[in-house]
Write a protein that binds this ligand. Structure first.
Ligand code: GDP
Length: 195
């Protein structure tokens, strides 16, 4: 997809602030520092529309970016950041619950993982949580450039196995450095936007 327009719209903390025009939404979730902002920026060919995080776990808002006036990327705050207080975590939990449970325009969730590592307990929990809410998931296993070519298939398979990925869900190996996987990521997004 050629992105001609990408515009930050709002940081929402409660449903009152969610956009109301019924434009489809694709949410993005992932552990803090996993490479989520780099993924969005690569996809939309912007240097830093989505802030790459200097303070992981600190953005406790849903950040809406309008793409080509066609759909929203909704950047969900990173999870699994140990230094966040219990209270903050609870706040995060209830905001996410409200959003994932009842957001009608939400078409699919992109879950960003690090292909170098086995999906963590948090990643698995997040995936199961999204499936519990019957949301389609596109897993982006990023930092592919860090894995030698002859091992890439094996690492991708491990992500699929450990997450117990549904057969309908997509898994795309990706690199923000080389842009590998970018077209597949767009194809998966288009697939859900067309539904
Ligand atoms: P976020 O907290 O999930 O938004 O993570 P960032 O996008 O800020 O990325 C965290 C760190 O990982 C940064 O230093 C990025 O440069 C690096 N990074 C992100 N994606 C990639 C990738 O595909 N390959 C490599 N080699 N580094 C990456």
């Amino acid at each position: 997809m050629k992105v001609t327009q990408a515009e930050y719209v709002i940081s929402a903390v409660s449903p009152k602030q969610y956009p109301t025009e019924n434009i489809p939404e694709i949410a993005l979730a992932g552990r803090s520092n996993v490479g989520k902002s780099s993924f969005i920026n690569k996809l939309i060919q912007r240097k830093s529309l989505a802030r790459t995080s200097s303070k992981p776990g600190k953005t406790q808002t849903l950040n809406y970016y309008l793409i080509n006036e066609q759909f929203y990327f909704v950047d969900v705050p990173g999870y699994g950041y140990a230094k966040v207080s219990k209270k903050e975590r609870e706040k995060w939990g209830s905001m996410m619950e409200t959003y994932f449970q009842s957001r009608k325009p939400l078409k699919a969730v992109i879950l960003v993982t690090d292909i170098r590592h086995e999906p963590t307990k948090d990643d698995i929990q997040m995936y199961q949580y999204l499936k519990y809410h019957q949301l389609p998931v596109i897993v982006i296993a990023t930092k592919l450039d860090k894995i030698p070519k002859n091992k890439q298939a094996q690492f991708k398979k491990r992500t699929q196995t450990v997450l117990e990925l549904d057969k309908d869900d997509h898994l795309i190996a990706f690199s923000s450095e080389t842009a590998e996987g970018k077209e597949q990521a767009w194809a998966a997004i288009r697939h859900y936007l067309a539904k």
